[in-house]
Write a protein that binds this ligand. Structure first.
Ligand code: GLN
Length: 494
């Protein structure tokens, strides 16, 4: 049965279409893998009965001729997407007992495409974090942790459960959300592919909001092609999200096969971060060399406001979060801790319901929005954000895509950086600029660190040009030929 969990999503589609495997068999194989991998803590909620019922219905539909893009494909959903009738936690105590009465648009589209829901994956509380260590349901363990190490490595965050589940072959793909890097950085740490689409490409309706001007849903899978297929099912205009883009959804699965010959690839000189480990720099140069060998032209570019991106993000994101999270007051849904009066009830509920990092962000956010500081911090950050976007606009006059490392390190250990929020925020140094500019960006596994841990490269594209991003990602994927599998899965590849 191992063989079934080691298929790519594209291979599984072909076997299902040929009738060589059923959705039920594929689903059962993944449910068994999930049971065996509970030590990873990748899932907050497993939904085996629902998965089997969905798989049976999928097999039935296939017999009746259905050709859904994801017909019969078992996937996992980050527990930030509302799923009708399935508890949704955002990895926070404050949503205790919340069972959404509606479905997020992205998950609805996935089910309409025929996908099977295996469960809801762990994440940093309200998607705030880079290590999946702020979850109220405990940290996720990275399946790549070297077996001789007593303390597990983090899977990255905030979509750490999705990344670990995909890497450990517990699902064929998973959804993530990315506000400042939460799809790309965990993809890099777990040796998988993750794509943050252009802001507006996927509907945010029904996704628990963190920072609404930055949040985007995207696919996480083991190959670029698999991400392309998933994205095709997830994307599209949604009248329920006022920032959703009314644009046609291209045929990514097909288009991404194109060549990179003649494409101009920018390498931003400002991304040579101080103290960046040599192995990251070498991998980046290797990536550029691969693309050059495939016929692309490498150009140095300048994104002069890069160094302001992190401070800008850590003003804008908490500001929006403080406003979005005001709705959790114990009155309408989720946790309520009764106090002596209304205000006391609010305070106790929010004080106990939110974890430390979330409280920190609410404090920062309300501070930068408060009278007297609004102009100095929030408004200034919005202006710098515009400058960052303009840097990219100018660069894209000369190049078709941009190549950078995804993260400044490989996966670190659970416990590291946890008492130093700024050190934790530095994880996002390469991912945050594209988030602030709303651009599509992909992380693709490109090699291993000296310690045997995966490292990713990031490809950033023009607005709504996921096609080029996928194409460049695929060229790197082919050149890197990354066949490594996490420890413990090695002998089970057959
Ligand atoms: N690590 C970043 C943060 O903590 C990004 C999180 C995200 O993209 N959701 O805000």
């Amino acid at each position: 049965m191992n063989a079934l969990t080691h298929l790519t999503l594209a291979q599984a589609r072909r076997l299902l279409a040929a009738g060589e495997v059923s959705a039920v068999e594929l689903t059962e194989a993944h449910l068994r893998a999930i049971e065996r991998a509970r030590h990873l803590n990748a899932f907050i909620t497993e939904t085996p009965e629902r998965a089997l019922a969905m798989a049976r219905r999928s097999d039935q539909r296939r017999r009746q001729g259905s050709q859904g893009l994801l017909e019969g494909i078992p996937i996992a959903i980050k527990d930030l997407f509302c799923t009708e009738g399935i508890r949704t936690t955002a990895a926070s105590r404050i949503l205790d007992g919340f069972i959404p009465p509606y479905e997020s648009t992205v998950t609805r589209k996935l089910w309409e495409a025929g996908a099977v829901c295996l469960g809801k994956t762990n994440l940093d509380e309200f998607a705030m974090g880079s290590a999946n260590v702020t979850s109220a349901f405990g940290p996720v363990r990275n399946p790549w942790t070297p077996p001789e190490e007593p303390v597990a490595r983090v899977p990255g965050g905030s979509s750490g459960g999705s990344a670990a589940a995909v890497a450990a072959r517990l699902c064929l793909g998973a959804t993530g959300t990315d506000t400042g890097g939460s799809i790309r950085q965990p993809a890099s740490f777990c040796g998988i592919v993750g794509l943050k689409p252009t802001y507006g490409r996927c509907s945010r309706f029904g996704i628990v909001a963190f920072a609404s001007s930055l949040d985007q849903a995207g696919p996480m899978a083991r190959t670029v092609e698999d991400c392309a297929i998933m994205l095709q099912a997830m994307a599209g205009f949604d009248p329920l999200d006022s920032t959703s883009a009314d644009l046609p959804v291209p045929d990514w699965a097909g288009d991404a096969r194109g060549e990179v010959r003649g494409l101009r690839i920018g390498v931003p000189k400002e991304y040579r971060a101080d103290g960046m480990p040599d192995e990251i720099d070498r991998l980046w140069q290797q990536g550029a060399a691969w693309l050059a060998a495939a016929g692309a032209e490498i150009r140095e570019i300048s994104l002069p406001h890069t160094r302001y991106a992190l401070p800008t993000y850590y003003i804008v994101a908490p500001a929006e979060a403080s406003s979005n999270l005001a709705r959790y007051d114990g009155m309408r849904f989720g946790l309520r801790i009764e106090g002596e009066n209304l205000v006391d009830t609010y305070e106790r509920t929010r004080g106990e319901g939110f974890g430390r990092e979330v409280r920190r962000r609410i404090l920062i956010g309300t501070y930068v929005l408060s009278a007297g500081y609004y102009d100095a911090y929030y408004l200034k950050a919005l202006k710098v954000r515009r400058k960052i976007r303009e840097d990219f606009d100018r660069a894209f006059e000369h190049v078709d895509a941009i190549l950078t490392p995804t993260a400044p390190s490989a996966a670190f250990r659970i416990g590291e950086k946890m008492d130093d929020p700024v050190a934790m925020y530095l994880n996002d140094v390469f991912t945050v600029p594209a988030s602030l500019a709303g651009l599509p960006a992909l992380s693709v596994p490109a090699g291993l660190s000296a310690e045997g841990l995966p490292l990713g490269l990031q490809v950033i594209g023009r607005p709504f040009d996921e096609t080029t991003v996928l194409r460049v990602g695929r060229a790197i994927e082919e050149a890197a030929d990354f066949r490594h599998v996490p420890h413990g899965l090695a002998g089970s590849e057959a």
